[in-house]
Design a protein around this ligand. Structure first.
Ligand code: ATP
Length: 365
C-alpha cells in the first residue's frame, strides 16, 4: 500500500538561517515527486524532515492520514514505525557487513525475522539484479553495484514511501541512465510513493510524475514535467529547466526594446503591465543567420558576434554576444552547423527566435 504525503508550513532553521521556509507540499499515493533545485536551496533538509532525521521548527507532516509531525506537539510516530525506505547519495552501506546483512538491516531493526526467513532479502537483491553479490562486502563492489544495493536496502521492507537523496549523482553518465531506468521500473512495479531530490533537470524530467522546483526553502512551482518544461512559472524556474538564454526588455514608445539590441511590438511579448520584462528562450529555439532575415513576422532578431562554436556530434553549441548579452544557440550539424564552424570568433552574424518560443515574465528578476 502506497502512502501519500501532505506537508504544510514546514519550517527548519539552523541557528539564525531559515533553510526550509513555510513549505507546502502534497504527494499523491503512488506518485513520484522530484524535488529539484540548486545546491543549498533546502532539498535535502526537506527530505530529512520527511524521514524524521531532522526535527522541524514548525509546520505539520502527514503521511497517509496520520499526522506524524505537528509543530506544537512534536513527533507522534517513532521513526521505525513510519513505513519509510531511504536511499542516500553516499550509499551509506555498512562496510563491515556483507551485502546480505546490509540489505537485511531494515528488516532486522523492525523485528521482521519472518520476512528475512521468507526470502525478502534475496528478492530485493534480485530486483536490482544483484542476487549473486549477497556474500560480498561493499568494498568488493563497483559504484553502480553499491548504489543498487543501497536501493535494495531502501526497498526491502516494502515501504509505502521511499525517499531518495541524489541516488544517481555518484555514478558515471552511462550507469546513471541505467540505474535511473531501474528506479522508474521499480516504482511502476511496486507502486510505492517516492520523493527524490536532485539538482539535475534531465533526471527530474525523466523520473517525476510531478516536479517541485525549490528556491530558498520554498516551492516555486509544482507541476507535471510537461507543464514545468513548457510553461515555467517564473524566470527562476525557466532558467533551471534549460531556458538558459535571458533577454531583458524595457518598454519604449510603441513597443519593447532590449539592451541586447532587439525591438518588438507592444503586444509581441504577451499581456504585460509593467515597464520591464525578461524573456527566456532555449538554445534549441534560436537560429543563426548571416544577417537579420527580411521577413521577421512572428520572430525576434538580434545582431551578434560569434564567441565560440563547439562541435558535439549531432549538433554544434554556439555562443554569441549581442551587445553585452551572451546567448547560447544549439545548431544542427547540417548546413547551418557547417557554416557557423567556418566563421572565426568575432565575426558578425544574426540570431532569431520565434516569438512563440519566448517565455516572458514581468519585472527584471
Ligand atoms: P545540496 O544539493 O548541496 O545538498 P540542498 O538543496 O539539498 O543542497 P540542504 O542540504 O538542505 O540543501 O542545505 C540547505 C542549507 O542548510 C545549506 O546552506 C546548508 O549549509 C545548511 N545546512 C544543512 N544542514 C545543516 C546543519 N546540520 N547545520 C547547519 N546548517 C546546515
Amino acid at each position: 500500500m502506497a502512502s501519500g504525503i501532505a506537508v504544510s508550513g514546514l519550517t527548519k532553521r539552523f541557528g539564525r538561517t531559515t533553510v526550509v521556509d513555510g513549505l507546502d507540499l502534497e504527494v499523491g499515493e503512488g506518485d513520484f515527486l522530484v524535488l529539484l533545485g540548486p545546491s543549498g536551496c533546502g532539498k535535502t533538509t526537506t527530505l530529512r524532515c520527511l524521514a524524521g532525521l531532522e526535527t522541524p521548527d514548525g509546520g505539520t507532516i502527514q503521511l497517509r492520514d496520520t499526522t506524524v509531525f505537528d509543530g506544537r506537539r512534536g513527533w507522534n510516530v517513532p521513526i521505525h514505525k513510519r513505513d519509510i525506505g531511504m536511499v542516500f547519495q553516499s550509499y551509506a552501506l555498512w562496510p563491515h557487513m556483507t551485502v546480505r546483512k546490509n540489505i537485511a538491516y531494515p528488516l532486522k531493526v523492525r523485528g521482521r525475522r519472518e520476512a528475512i526467513a521468507d526470502g525478502w532479502v534475496e528478492n530485493a537483491a534480485d530486483m536490482v539484479h544483484c542476487g549473486d553479490l549477497l556474500d560480498r562486502y561493499p568494498a568488493q563492489l563497483s559504484g553502480g553495484q553499491q548504489q543498487r544495493i543501497a536501493l535494495a536496502r531502501g526497498l526491502v521492507a516494502r515501504p509505502g514511501l521511499v525517499l531518495l537523496d541524489e541516488p544517481l549523482s555518484n555514478l558515471d553518465a552511462k550507469l546513471r541512465d541505467q540505474v535511473r531506468t531501474e528506479i522508474r521500473e521499480l516504482h511502476q512495479e511496486l507502486g510505492f510513493t517516492a520523493v527524490l531530490v536532485t539538482h539535475d533537470q534531465d533526471e527530474a524530467l525523466a523520473l517525476g510524475d510531478r516536479i517541485a522546483i525549490m528556491r530558498d526553502g520554498r516551492i516555486e512551482q509544482c507541476d507535471t514535467p510537461e507543464r514545468v518544461y513548457v510553461e515555467p512559472a517564473s524566470d527562476y524556474v525557466a532558467a533551471f529547466i534549460g531556458m538558459s538564454n535571458r533577454i531583458e526588455w524595457e518598454r519604449v514608445d510603441g513597443g519593447w526594446s532590449s539592451p541586447a539590441g532587439a525591438r518588438v511590438g507592444p503586444d509581441d511579448l504577451g499581456a504585460l503591465t509593467g515597464q520591464r520584462a525578461v524573456s527566456r528562450v532555449r538554445p534549441d529555439d534560436l537560429r543563426v543567420h548571416p544577417r537579420q532575415p527580411d521577413d521577421l513576422e512572428g520572430a525576434v532578431a538580434l545582431d551578434a558576434d560569434l564567441v565560440t562554436a563547439e562541435y558535439g556530434g549531432r549538433h554544434v553549441d554556439v555562443t554569441v554576444r549581442a551587445k553585452e548579452t551572451r546567448l547560447h544557440v544549439r545548431v544542427g550539424t547540417g548546413d547551418a552547423g557547417t557554416w557557423i564552424r567556418s566563421l572565426k570568433p568575432g565575426e558578425p552574424l544574426a540570431v532569431s527566435a520565434p516569438l512563440a518560443s519566448l517565455r516572458t515574465y514581468e519585472g527584471d528578476r
